[in-house]
Design a protein around this ligand. Structure first.
Ligand code: HEC
Length: 509
């Protein structure tokens, strides 16, 4: 057993598991409990696999009383006495009912907590793919990438720059030929440790990569990664193991080399920890006026410490300028002891991050615990609630309220609620906001990927409310990143153990 694993196993299992959306096997806490109580109280009428039985209706397919999480909670709680379904509110706690409703929505959506689909073959539909407004086809650009890529970004000459998080940065030529790893990029590390589920953890990985909006003039490429060191703070010295923290640099590429590197954002060494980079966030987004946003997930000592604390960098979205300086109108600037780059706080495991140039605001996706994946509109100075409150449940079957443990009192109105609640959790990932001529019928829509659920969604958001949701692709692939290329086609970075891929969605007329 390596030292990282030993350290990890010293934490409680539930804490470890709950760092990730979906990283729970069935025998644990709330998931196991809800399966058991379904078998004991419901299966007699609704069938062992929700298929229905003599005394009750199927819970698969269309539901008469609504299929959203809230509607199912209310069906279970209130029952339908005259039709033969008892109200369960009197005999079950609110938590038990919510866990049962999660179990039903997860089963209906075919998302399992023990299978992350790293090995389920990528299934790319052939030919024309129909959808509500716009048919399209999928073309593969390159298909033999590392199992754990993180980010793609198109360059003006039609090539694509790629990070493979444990190995390095590559260029993919317009016809799909991959380069060697660039020389001179920050050092990254491929030693990982596994927890009980199919999930590799480690520290010292590459994250997002993006050219500057004026790349054609200045040649700058922004690279976000996890800066790893040993024997560099109290934690690493006491534990004898490597620690890391998010760091942003920019550099230029010349003849296969990464040169001119400058550091733009980094944290004090006291904040470096051995918490896995899986939860590190790691996305950047350029905004207006040279502003740049970066996400930092739960890199603190546990999945909830320091996230509500404005003196730590964890669980935050930060805002800086593209040269690393700090905007003087950042919301917490000048507040005693607070991190001046903080823009929003209370984030759990941020995934996608994009600036909407039409509406002039920042958007992000993030993983909830069991349920409660989110699409958020990120407003300066606002609190996004972790670990005080979530629409999902903790993996141990209880509601999320670590505020009590931390001694933090709050009102629900202090917490910015998601624009879109994704329950059950598909393990939401990156997204793009569509604009341009290629997919003009989708302009303004949010194209959102998922990992575990292997689906691509189109969300129509008007006046900061979800008005329509279409699943464009399902049983498709884990989707790690989404970008628009220069001609407005959609690039997807697909993740798979036997070889990750970059594909392009092209409209069919
Ligand atoms: C004694 C039989 C019985 C038991 C036990 C029972 N149900 Fe039901 N349930 C029914 C019937 C019958 C209906 C259909 C009600 C109707 O048509 O209005 C129903 C409806 C529902 C619905 C709404 C379905 C729809 O189409 O909208 C849900 C959800 C549900 N049950 C969940 C549960 C859960 C969870 C349990 C266990 C805690 C449970 N039921 C236990 C008989 C039962």
């Amino acid at each position: 057993m390596n030292s990282l694993y030993r350290q990890a196993s010293a934490l409680s299992l539930v804490t470890l598991f709950s760092i990730l959306s979906g990283s729970v096997s069935a025998q644990l806490g709330g998931v196991g409990q809800s399966m058991q109580s379904y078998a004991e109280s419901c299966a007699v009428c609704h069938g062992e696999n929700l298929e229905g039985a003599a005394l009750g209706v199927p819970l698969l397919g269309e539901l008469r009383h609504g299929d959203s999480f809230d509607e199912i909670v209310s069906s279970i709680g209130n029952g339908f006495q005259s039709a033969g379904m008892p109200p369960w509110r009197d005999t079950m706690s609110e938590s038990d009912i919510r866990n049962l409703a999660l179990f039903i929505t997860e089963t209906r959506a075919n998302v399992s907590y023990s299978d992350f689909n790293y090995d389920t073959p990528i299934a790319i539909p052939e030919g024309r793919i129909a959808s509500e407004l716009q048919d399209f086809r999928i073309e593969t650009i390159v298909a033999d990438l590392d199992a754990q890529p993180f980010s793609i970004a198109p360059l003006p000459d039609g090539s694509i720059i790629l990070t493979e998080k444990k190995f390095g940065v590559r260029l993919i030529s317009p016809n799909g030929v991959k380069s060697e790893y660039l020389e001179g990029t920050p050092e990254v590390f491929s030693d990982t440790y596994k927890i009980a589920v199919d999930q590799e953890w480690g520290v010292g990985w590459l994250f997002d990569i993006q050219p500057h909006p004026n790349y054609e003039d200045n040649g700058w490429i922004y690279l976000y990664f996890s800066d790893r060191c040993s024997d560099c703070n109290d934690l690493s010295r006491q534990s004898g193991q490597a620690v890391s923290m998010n760091k942003l640099v920019r550099g230029r590429i010349e003849n296969g080399r990464w040169i001119d590197q400058e550091t733009l954002w980094e944290a004090d060494r006291q904040f470096y920890s051995f918490t896995t980079d899986v939860a590190a966030g790691g996305r950047i987004a350029f905004g207006e006026g040279g502003q740049l946003y970066l996400s930092v997930g739960m890199k603190g000592p546990s999945n909830f410490e320091g996230i509500q604390d404005l003196s730590t960098p964890w669980g935050k979205i930060h805002r800086i300028y593209d040269d690393g300086s700090i905007p003087q109108d950042n919301p917490f600037i000048g507040r005693e002891g607070s991190y001046p780059s903080i823009y929003t706080y209370g984030h759990r495991s941020p995934q996608g991050l994009e600036y909407n140039f039409t509406t002039g605001d920042l958007w992000g996706t993030e993983h909830g615990p069991r349920g409660g994946d989110e699409v958020n509109r990120l407003l300066p100075g606002r609190n996004y609630g972790w670990p005080l409150y979530s629409l999902g449940m903790d993996y141990d079957g209880t509601p999320v309220d670590y505020g009590r443990e931390l001694g933090i009192a709050f009102e629900l109105s202090d917490i910015e609620q998601p624009v879109v609640d994704l329950t059950p959790s598909p393990a939401v990932s990156s997204f793009v906001i569509l604009q341009g001529n290629q997919f003009s019928r989708w302009n303004g829509d949010y194209l959102v990927g998922s990992l575990k659920a292997r689906s691509l969604y189109r969300l129509v958001i008007e006046n900061n409310r979800l008005v329509h949701r279409e699943t464009l692709l399902e049983e498709f692939s884990r989707i790690r990143d989404i970008e628009l290329d220069r001609s407005g086609n959609i690039l997807l970075l697909l993740e798979h153990n036997a070889g990750s891929q970059i594909v392009r969605l092209v409209p069919e007329d």
